[in-house]
Design a protein around this ligand. Sequence first.
Ligand code: IPM
Ligand code: MG
Length: 357
Amino acid sequence: MKANIVLLPGDGIGPEIVLQAQRVLEAVAARFGHEFEFSSHMIGGVAIDTCGDPLPQETIAACRNSDAILLGAVGGPKWDDPSAKTRPEAGLLKIRKELGLFANLRPIRLFDELLDASPLRREIIEGTDILFLRELTGGIYFGESGTDGNGQSESAYQSMVYSVSEVERIVRLAAKAAQGRDNRLTSVDKANVLEPSRLWRRVAARVMEEEFPDVKYDVVLVDAMAMHLINRPSDFDVVVTGNMFGDILTDEASMLPGSLGMLPSASLGSDGPGLYEPIHGSAPDIAGEGVANPLATILASAMLLRHSLGLEDEAKVIEVAVQSVLADGLRTHDIARGNASIGTEPMGSAVVERVSV
Ligand code: IPM
Ligand code: MG
């Protein structure tokens, strides 16, 4: 197979971890006889510094013409000034919107080898395997916003809007994902307070009743969900929710496996290329030191092979290689719990070696 993969390394540790994932993808291509062509483009702070725009037109065009996109991370203290004209994060939001990537898949999966790296007790997290589907191109992230007035009476607003079709498409995708897993779906909202959540709940219930009567379906309020994730995470299978709730709950859930450094994500639309990235951010505090954990990005590249290129066997090879690296006791600093650790590049090489056999 021939595939054209766009790399968006971005800021902070982004370039270091994307490089390791690229090496792994090249090893997969060599082993299975595929031809992957890579091209690197700018997004985020580095793009602001170079051309004053966190998402240059050239990057959008390259993404549109690609088969899949692998992103590192955007942002950092250098671009944090609240009065700045633009921000690195705006580039990420814009690429999601431009490519219609309405579904963000965030699997929370435990590695047996890392059970003791979790801040929670083993008996609570054992058996946890959740797939979050976060709506990614609507809701409060994209609502009308602005400021009014001056001085003490200055105010700011941002509205949360969801339409029937936006809810339908993400709930359908989540229900289909549930059918391929344990056949259970939980929808999370704040319908006791928010109008868009009441619409969400109504539409989701109808879609489930009419189209997926076989899937076991329930609804949970977002505040209660925050609690259940800590208390009984192994009770959930697929969870579907809106943009902001999904942002918050997946950071919380990412702590279940012990490190943000292990979790990949996929952002998909109804057609066109998908965008794959680690859940974690740009970690400016360790950028350039060669100690970042590349495994989340490497696992994101496995999701890329699976969802955008339909290469399931190749995706499994990467996932098995990551598991084998962990079973052999190799750890980057974030998952070493004070024991010996290796750097970003040796960790990448360890995966490459196991993929290449
Ligand atoms: C995420 C991030 C982004 C978001 C930021 C960087 C804009 O937190 O992907 O979860 O809020 O969506
Ligand atoms: Mg987030």
